[in-house]
Ligand binder design. Structure first.
Ligand code: PHE
Ligand code: ZN
Length: 878
């Protein structure tokens, strides 16, 4: 960690260890929304390798009330505080620093530091929010042990929670009470948390594999606690899974989770006290969809799993962010895959990766999984750090196999427990466990951009020789014009005319890692590509084989392979890998949409017809196949991007397919009614997913939307009711307004369900939806201080309504842009996310690109936060 250079960036290369360490932190809070006092006693040690350095602590918006060293008040000429750093010169050696500061939670709209959410007081410290609470070395490689005392008025704040284990409680005079917590594990301050207020809980005790009794609690505001049971169950499942799959136990006596309505991100893994956006906790079948339940389970798992990947082993500096985030996304996705359908989980991850992360990788904000400089770290909580970071871990898993990977993980945890680690430490553990040199693999961390493989085949009918030539290209990204070839484990398979796998290994060029050819696995062989060009050759085949690649989407790359629609369709029938089969259908759809390829559309129709008729096909898989590639995925394959033309072509394909398949769609819809009726088990969720997919297609040709109306009226779950209402709204059904009014009234008191109908309204796929957004922005429903509501109105519009957002007259762009200055003044991170939604503007076709440029240029000088100024500069740089 280090100070920014003159270019305004913090650089990875400038890292220096802290000159002072904090061995122990003893904090006492007198909580009050208007004026909270924080009394901190820090035990400080100078780094023996850097003697004589001044003590420099971070502190923002703090009113310093008193300061003392080793019990003696510090004279005013011994320190300086400039509003950002507190500096004390001349400290001789180990000492205790005592400060008292006052802060103002009620005025904190940034939701960073100590802030109010409804009647609660909460903290959010990652990445650099702790400096808004007290003076501290706000960097992750400073890891004290902690004692935290909370005092507050008992009536208003009956529950007082902090990190670690509760150790004492007592009543104070004048209606106040006090609660003391101890966190014995070395923990950086970004994992600090407290929560205070009138909270209720659901609770459950478990005994860990190591024999520790642990109390699991989920806390929410009193009326909401009935909807916390599912999240509580998800904690226990996560705990058990980490014991089984990674051998990692839980290490405190309590695990507390708190649900908050006002939260900028999804959730936060504070040690022993996770704080969640309420949308990832509160659920019952009447108010949450199946997708919500699955998201809750996976976010609960994600935060729980951070206890090892992030907390026990933490980060040396913020450049290593993916060391905890990529790894933890990988771990939570394996958790979901082990508990549910692995194929469906993978398909959904690939959809996000290909739609959103690939777009990030090819847009103005592209950056490596480990950036080497930043102006504002908050802008790096990205799909690249999280999702691509997880893909890189998955690649390593593919290269090493489960057993060696697990050995590498064991070693990583053992060697780095209680430490602030780096990506090098992670790779070193895996290199040691596997005996492999991972130097080339490490390029996945330093080079931005999605690798592209172009594959050409050649068959010589006379000799039976078949060759595949694989060329790798990593496109230029901002600041990285030239790239080296990456190590790509490419799965492939060859099939003969009868559809049987050809198991003969190819001859390969010498450049291919000799250890790297893995023979034939269930989903085909893996070849490790290491160079810009490779040739694989088979000799004397009886006929031209059918080649398939990247089963399981094992490598996060783009593949260009010239293949006829007929061969592509045949490969979908021959391959057993569901991810490949889904992907093959997606590629047929892309060709039909982007190249107006009628043969591809025919092949897709036939394949979907077969799938709908196949009683053995998992309904959830069929539903995934009916979801055609979304706008982002299509746009990523088109240059320049013409949103209207692209969306028209997509609509035309949907119209054609849904008309042609209306009979099997309806048959399937009806046949699944019973299976869809009951509970949260996998088959019931799968049945509802397929029914809702069928419903959306059928409603295209049902102007009265009778089926959707019937489903809406009869619905017992939010999954059914919400999908029906969405159809009514999106297809402008006669009953839409009445249904919406009914739904709105029924859930008016519930902000999370309100966010849902707002989401369906603003994603109506017509240009005029921007008028509905404008109306919402002028209504009582617009609550700009609540991040979920901002996302519901503007985030859904921007990301989920490509038609209206990209209106040729610029009205869509302006609708978002016009709100940014005010949002930035309230909550810079929320504003920055929306600004980031313009990342693809340069790839738009010229007239629209000019409109986008004007809109962005018009924001210059209006956005004050470092977050938005950093993004705007990156968006506009030439
Ligand atoms: N660390 C959190 C997670 O991924 C995300 C987060 C980042 C939350 C910054 C708040 C602030 O689990
Ligand atoms: Zn995380």
């Amino acid at each position: 960690m280090s100070l920014p250079r003159d270019d305004g960036h913090v650089h990875l290369a400038d890292y220096v260890p802290p000159a002072w360490r904090i061995r122990h932190a003893d904090l006492a809070f007198d909580l009050d929304p208007d004026a909270t006092e924080v009394h901190a006693r820090l035990s400080l040690d100078p780094d023996p390798d850097q003697p004589g350095q001044p003590l420099v602590l971070d502190g923002e918006e703090l009113t310093l009330l008193s300061i003392a060293v080793d019990g003696r008040p510090l004279a005013a000429d011994r320190y300086t505080y400039d509003g950002a750093t507190l500096r004390i010169d001349g400290l001789a050696g180990a000492c205790e620093l005592e400060t008292r500061v006052r802060i103002h939670p009620a005025g904190n709209t940034r939701l960073e530091g100590l802030y109010p959410s409804g009647r609660l007081l909460l903290t959010q410290c990652e990445a650099e929010g702790f400096r808004r609470i007290t003076f501290f070395t706000d960097r992750p490689d400073v890891m004290p042990r902690w004692r935290i005392t909370l005092r507050a008025a008992r009536e208003r704040f009956p529950v007082l929670l902090a990190n670690g284990n509760p150790v004492a409680r007592r009543e104070l005079d004048d209606g106040r009470h006090e609660s003391t917590w101890e966190n014995p594990h070395p923990t950086p301050c970004y994992l600090f948390a407290l929560a205070a207020g009138d909270l209720d809980r659901v609770t459950h005790s478990v005994r860990t594999a190591e024999g520790r009794e642990v109390e699991l609690n989920v806390w929410a505001e009193p009326g909401d606690v009935a909807r916390c049971e599912y999240a509580l169950g998800a904690i226990e499942r996560s705990l058990r899974w980490d014991e089984r799959r990674f051998g990692r136990g839980y290490d405190l006596d309590v695990f507390n989770v708190v649900a908050a309505q006002d939260f900028t991100m999804g959730a936060m893994e504070n040690k022993g006290l996770n704080i969640f956006n309420a949308r990832y906790i509160l659920a019952d079948e009447a108010t949450a969809t199946d997708a919500d339940f699955l998201a809750i389970e996976s976010v609960v798992a994600h935060e729980y799993l951070h206890n090892w990947s992030g907390n026990r082993v933490t980060l040396r500096d913020w450049f290593q962010l993916s060391l905890k985030e990529g790894l933890t996304v990988f771990r939570d996705s394996e958790f979901s895959a082990d508990l549910h359908s692995r194929a469906i989980k993978r398909i959904e991850a690939v959809r996000v990766l290909r739609g959103r992360q690939f777009a990030e990788d090819s847009g103005a904000l592209a950056h490596p999984v480990r950036p080497d400089r930043y102006r504002e770290i908050s802008n790096f909580y990205t799909l690249t750090i999280y999702e691509k970071g997880a893909e890189v871990i998955r690649l390593l898993h593919t290269l090493l196999g489960e057993d060696v990977f697990r050995a590498g993980m064991d070693r990583y945890f053992a060697d780095n427990d209680g430490r602030a680690a780096t990506i090098e430490d992670f790779l070193a553990a895996h290199a040691a466990a596997s005996g492999r040199d991972l130097a080339q693999f490490a390029l996945w961390y330093s080079q931005a951009g999605t690798p592209e493989l172009s594959i050409a085949e050649d068959f010589d009918a006379a000799t039976g020789d078949y060759t595949l030539t694989v060329e790798q290209h990593v496109p230029p990204t901002p600041g990285q014009p030239l790239k080296q070839p990456m190590l790509v484990p490419l799965r492939f398979a060859l099939y003969d005319v009868a559809g049987a796998a050809i198991t003969a290994a190819p001859e390969t060029d010498a450049a291919i890692n000799p250890a790297g050819f893995h023979g034939v696995a269930t989903n085909g062989a893996i070849v490790e590509l290491v160079a810009a060009r490779h040739v694989l050759r088979w000799r004397g085949l009886p006929g031209k084989p059918l080649a398939t690649f990247n089963q399981g989407f094992a490598a996060p790359v783009k593949i260009a392979f010239a293949q006829s629609p007929a061969d592509l369709a045949r490969s979908v029938r021959v391959e057993r890998d569901e991810v490949y089969r889904w992907d093959g259908l997606q590629r047929l759809a892309m060709r039909a949409i982007l190249q107006h390829d009628a043969l591809a559309a025919d092949a897709l129709e036939a394949a979907l017809d077969d799938l709908l008729a196949d009683p053995a096909a998992d309904p959830a898989f069929v539903a995934e196949c009916l979801a055609l590639p979304d706008f982002d995925t299509l746009a990523d394959a088109m240059a320049p991007v013409e949103p209207d033309a692209l969306l028209d072509a997509r609509d035309a394909l949907l119209d054609r397919l849904s008309r042609a398949l209306s009979a099997p769609l309806l048959a399937r819809y009806d046949a699944m009614a019973d299976a869809a009726a009951q509970g949260l088990e996998g088959p019931a969720m799968a049945a509802r997913a397929l029914r809702n997919a069928c419903l959306a297609w059928l409603t295209r040709h049902d102007p009265a939307a009778r089926l959707a109306q019937r489903q809406f009226d009869a619905a017992r779950t939010m999954t059914e009711r919400g999908a029906a209402l969405r159809c009514l709204l999106h297809f402008g059904a006669p009953g839409a307004a009445a249904a919406l009014a009914d739904f709105r009234a029924q859930f008016a008191h519930d902000p999370l369900v309100t966010d849902k109908w707002i989401g369906w309204v603003v994603t109506r796929p017509q240009a005029s939806a921007s008028d509905d957004v404008a109306a919402l922005l002028a209504s009582e429903w617009w609550k700009p201080a609540n991040p979920n509501r901002v996302r519901a109105v503007l985030g859904n519009f921007q990301r989920g309504n490509p038609r209206a957002f990209h209106r040729a007259d610029g009205a869509g762009f302006r609708l978002v842009a016009a709100r940014l200055a005010a949002l930035d003044a309230t909550n810079p991170q929320v504003a920055a996310r929306l600004l980031g939604g313009f990342e693809g503007w340069r790839r738009l076709h010229p007239p629209l690109r000019a409109v986008a440029r004007d809109t962005l240029a018009g924001l210059e000088g209006q956005l004050r936060s470092p977050d938005c100024r950093d993004l705007l500069a990156r968006l506009l740089v030439d």
